[in-house]
Design a protein around this ligand. Structure first.
Ligand SMILES: Nc1nc2c(c(=O)[nH]1)N[C@H]1C(S)=C(S)[C@@H](COP(=O)(O)OP(=O)(O)OC[C@H]3O[C@@H](n4cnc5c(=O)[nH]c(N)nc54)[C@H](O)[C@@H]3O)O[C@H]1N2
Ligand SMILES: Nc1nc2c(c(=O)[nH]1)N[C@H]1C(S)=C(S)[C@@H](COP(=O)(O)OP(=O)(O)OC[C@H]3O[C@@H](n4cnc5c(=O)[nH]c(N)nc54)[C@H](O)[C@@H]3O)O[C@H]1N2
Ligand code: SF4
Ligand SMILES: [Mo]
Length: 759
């Protein structure tokens, strides 16, 4: 008898949290469709959603642990894997100390409940060599909001109130394709169109005329890496023209005079040539922004993974604060998460680390080294050298800057443990690959993203199909790896989890501000016999602002109540709550923190340097149908035209003598690759664009579909020594390159790694 059912959940493949219905018969996924009854997404989905089925069905997805042996890969049992891994790691730690084992977690972990167990594993590891994946993504924003509001991230991120705004200024983000980031909103294209439909404006600032730009009221090209100057020139205009109004932030800020002083020389005229945006446009956009009845400035990767990521993020925030749009309907607002994960975080105000990374002195944040320091920390001898790594759902040999150097570094490790379900470019170096179930086989609650959503919502994701009987979820694997490092290898998961939970409950009760008289014992006994992250989420929901307060508010939320609403619960539009957010030492929003002020001379130096304007700059590009590097083995998502092309403007193409459809060699300080050329007027002259996550040409991987759609790896070009000074974030956008025609014969000389030659 077939057991047919419809399972409701949230799609885990980007930050939009679209509701989906998965049609299942027995343990087969028949179909995935948008959930029209989801109050937040109302049926919207994008093509990536099919990866729920395709990933599940992929015959090359690993289902059992693999161990490297002299005779090749060998399947082993989970208990054997835990036992052998703990023996190997403990031996390395005994000989070389705790810093000899590093750890690095990638993007998909954010969408897995196991993310809650990352600090647990981190503590068991006790190493200074934890590497920060934020340093190829969100870190400048984390540092900027941390310094201004006091943290913790992500609770201090104010998101555009997109459903009410009258003016949305998008600087360096492409939500029509990415579907939003640090801004959770299903149906980004629809919401953008609605801003215009209600008489508002959407203005896009981007070196590429993007899919978002096409939906917008207006688009301006900008030279990569110059946004900080552009945004500070708008702030200067606000001061000069008497347009500064603090609104809800009045009386809650420090340093307004300092900001005025800092931006005085960033006049629109002084920065226009540098940015490639005319002074008239800069002034007009600043005036319109200030005059709008609700305006929101939003920046994402284009203002983060660039030369001045922290300053550009500061500029974005200043625009919102100086025009009174912080904490205002139609401006930018702080979501109120039903399960506030920040209850588990430190309440100490955010500070930048004083120590730097061991080898090249890159900035550390939150005790973590930036991902760009990974290779050198493995390759450079001395105390604290990394000799073993634990990777959690990441493919740094395709996603991190200067991935060719990482290749050598990973090859030289004494032990590599990768929790991953593909044998790919990175995991091929592993000694143990630990595949956790496919997303459809696991429950989920997007606790992190609901801190960033444009409406307050709560939704449980149900398991669609049962995982194989002996296939532990990622949180259990992490718990067992941690136990192994503490010498508790072989202990029962429940016993381990109870002691972890007791600690989490202690922190949560200590941080609790909602409910009087709550005790740890009450929390622990109130959650009965449950286990794992579900128990943690249940605690957070009960303790949270809509919670039942462990009986103090009987009609409030519990996990059971959330589960009882299969399509999700809408908790209403964003509401003002600035007073609850500020967590700085001064109790005020710090408008001019010293790390920003101290970085201004670097920006002024860049503006004054004449050579800058001559450089050809490489930026990235995202693909609607795949996410980062791990969906390229799914036939439905990679069929059709090759998206991995080098986009070049017609002006540059004719100047350089490269034709559409030909091949070009692109060379940076660290590497050189050959890529097919697409000539398009969508690119600003002086800028070329190549997507990331490709370059699947290595024999040893088990990715036969991806190999047939290999593309080239742009991170052979990005430079791990180029980073944003305050945060240590890699410059992935704005890499100086030379571009030249690639004669067929030259291209054939290229070595492994998508016809790329190291230099
Ligand atoms: N040049 C350039 N580089 C970039 C970017 C850019 O724009 N330009 N973007 C950067 C950004 S923002 C990010 S977030 C990073 C992303 O880079 P990564 O964090 O490395 O993410 P992915 O490339 O998607 O690799 C995810 C890995 O996790 C595995 N995986 C996926 N889902 C699961 C799962 O459910 N369980 C298990 N066990 N394994 C899973 C996949 O097999 C894959 O190996 O790339 C960064 N790199
Ligand atoms: N379909 C799809 N969706 C995704 C992903 C994916 O791989 N595919 N990845 C997910 C992840 S991990 C993330 S972090 C988000 C990212 O979400 P977004 O940041 O919205 O995505 P990007 O496409 O990287 O957009 C960055 C934009 O900045 C522009 N840009 C580059 N350099 C500069 C600059 O110096 N200044 C300015 N002003 N603009 C610049 C680029 O042209 C690009 O349009 O997307 C997520 N969603
Ligand atoms: S936009 Fe696409 S990838 Fe993102 S959650 Fe929705 S369906 Fe999934
Ligand atoms: Mo990302």
């Amino acid at each position: 008898m077939t057991n047919q059912r419809s399972v409701s959940r949230v799609c885990p493949f980007c930050e939009a949290t679209c509701g989906v219905i998965i049609e299942v018969a027995d343990e087969a996924i028949l179909k995935v469709r948008g959930d029209r009854e989801d109050p937040f997404s109302r049926g919207f989905i994008c093509p990536k959603v099919y990866a729920l089925k395709e990933l599940h069905d992929d015959p090359e997805r690993l289902r059992r642990p693999l161990k490297r042996t002299p005779g090749g890969w060998q399947e082993i049992s989970w208990p054997a894997a835990y036992r052998e891994i703990s023996a190997r790691l403990l031996a390395i730690r005994k000989k070389h100390g705790p810093d000899a084992i590093g750890m690095y977690a990638g993007n998909p972990l954010v969408h897995d409940l196991a993310f809650l167990y990352l600090p647990v594993l981190g503590r068991a590891l006790g190493s200074h060599n934890v590497f920060n994946a934020g340093a190829i993504d969100t870190l400048p924003r984390e540092v900027q909001t941390g310094l201004m509001f006091g943290g913790p991230f992500p609770a201090t991120i104010a998101v555009p109130d997109i459903d009410r705004t009258k003016y949305l200024l998008i600087v360096g983000a492409n939500p029509a394709i990415s579907h939003g980031s640090l801004m959770t909103m299903p149906d980004a294209p629809g919401r953008l169109k609605n801003v215009i439909a209600r008489g508002g404006r959407v203005v896009v600032i981007d070196p590429r005329r993007t899919e978002t730009a096409r939906l917008a009221s207006e688009h301006h090209f900008i030279r990569p890496g110059t946004d900080a100057a552009f945004l500070l020139a708008m702030a200067q205009t606000l001061f000069e023209e008497g347009l500064v109004r603090l609104g809800a932030a009045a009386g809650m800020v420090n340093g307004l005079d300092s900001v005025q002083h800092c931006v005085r020389d960033f006049t629109p005229e002084a920065v226009a040539d540098y940015c490639g945006v005319s002074p008239a446009h800069i002034r007009r956009i600043a005036r319109e922004f200030a005059a709008a009845d609700g305006a929101a400035c939003y920046g994402r990767l284009g203002t983060c993974v660039q030369k001045f990521g922290t300053l550009a993020s500061w500029g974005v925030e200043l625009m919102n604060i100086l025009t009174g749009n912080l904490d205002r309907a139609g401006g930018v607002m702080f979501p109120r998460a039903a399960a506030p994960v920040t209850a588990l975080a430190s309440t100490r105000p955010f500070e930048l680390d004083r120590s730097k990374s061991r080898v090249s002195g890159q900035p550390k944040v939150g005790g973590m080294n930036p991902s760009s320091a990974m290779a050198e920390e493995m390759l450079t001898a001395g105390d604290g050298r990394v000799r073993a790594m634990i990777l959690l759902m990441t493919n740094p040999l395709r996603s991190a800057a200067n991935s060719r150097e990482l290749e050598a570094a990973f090859r030289g490790l004494e032990c590599l443990v990768a929790m991953d379900f593909y044998l790919n470019e990175t995991t091929r170096h592993a000694d143990f690959i630990l595949p956790t179930p496919s997303p459809a086989e696991q429950p989920n609650y997007e606790f992190g993203l609901y801190h960033l959503s444009v409406r307050n919502v709560a939704k449980w994701s149900w398991t669609a199909v049962a995982p194989p009987a002996d296939s532990p979820p990622a949180w259990e694997v992490m718990l067992q790896l941690g136990a192994g490092l503490l010498g508790f290898e072989g202990r029962q998961t429940k016993a381990l989890d109870d002691s972890v939970f007791a600690q989490l409950a202690q922190t949560a009760v200590k941080n609790n501000r909602h409910w009087e008289g709550l005790s740890v014992e009450e929390v622990v006994s109130g959650l009965g016999d449950s286990i794992g992250p579900e128990r943690v989420i249940d605690m957070l929901l009960r303790l949270g602002p809509y919670g039942n307060g462990f009986g103090r508010n009987p009609s409030g939320l519990t996990l059971e109540r959330v589960k009882d609403a299969p399509h999700g619960i809408d908790l209403g539009p964003l509401e003002p709550r600035l007073g609850e957010i500020i967590n700085t030492r001064s109790g005020k929003i710090e408008l001019a923190p010293f790390p920003m002020v101290d970085d201004l001379p670097r920006l002024r130096g860049h503006i004054a340097s004449p050579a800058i304007a001559e450089q050809m700059l490489l930026i990235g590009r995202r693909n609607l149908r795949t996410s980062n590097s791990f969906m390229h083995n799914l036939p439905a998502l990679v069929k059709g035209r090759n998206p991995c092309t080098l986009q070049v403007s017609p002006h540059d193409a004719s100047r350089l003598g490269i034709a559409d459809g030909s091949e070009a060699r692109v060379t940076s300080r660290v590497g050189s690759i050959v890529a097919p050329v697409e000539v398009t007027a969508d690119l600003m002259p002086g800028v070329v664009s190549l997507p990331h996550g490709w370059g699947h040409d290595l024999e040893e991987t088990r990715l036969s579909v991806a190999k047939a759609h290999r593309g080239v790896n742009t991170n052979f070009l990005t430079d791990n020594q180029a980073y944003d000074a305050p945060s240590g974030t890699a410059v992935l956008f704005g890499t100086p390159v030379t571009v030249e025609p690639a004669p067929e014969s030259n291209a054939e000389l290229s070595g492994p790694g998508s016809r790329a030659a190291g230099r």
